[in-house]
Design a protein. Structure first.
Length: 115
């Protein structure tokens, strides 16, 4: 059984920063991809960023230059540093763990960017 626990969401003003964390526990194969997705109101879930256990990263265009994904393999934890936040970044952010062809999801943490 795999569990993902997210933290770090909240309310922030435009231009501000937040750091999301997601800790995975359970039976986790060492070779995997961890990432962050988000679902804004009225929109479909979309990829924000992902990182493999080897450190390769992938970012959606919306976050390039503003968001940084990183991970601590020893702690099975992934982070998303979000800077220069915009109102359009408002969404529920979900942690994802991909092991081979199986996806695991966290419960989601809301991020609201508003003045």
């Amino acid at each position: 059984q795999v569990q993902l626990v997210e933290s770090g969401g909240g309310l922030v003003q435009p231009g501000g920063s937040l750091r999301l964390s997601c800790a995975a526990s359970g039976s986790i194969f060492s070779i995997n991809t961890m990432g962050w997705y988000r679902r804004a109101p009225g929109k479909q879930r979309e990829l924000v960023a992902a990182i493999t256990s080897g450190g390769s990263t992938n970012y959606a265009d919306s976050g390039k230059g503003r968001f940084t994904i990183s991970r601590d393999n020893a702690k099975n934890t992934v982070y998303l540093q979000m800077n220069s936040l915009k109102p359009e970044d408002t969404a529920v952010y979900y942690c994802n763990l991909l092991i081979v062809a199986t996806n695991y999801w966290g419960q989601g943490t809301p991020v609201t960017v508003s003045s």
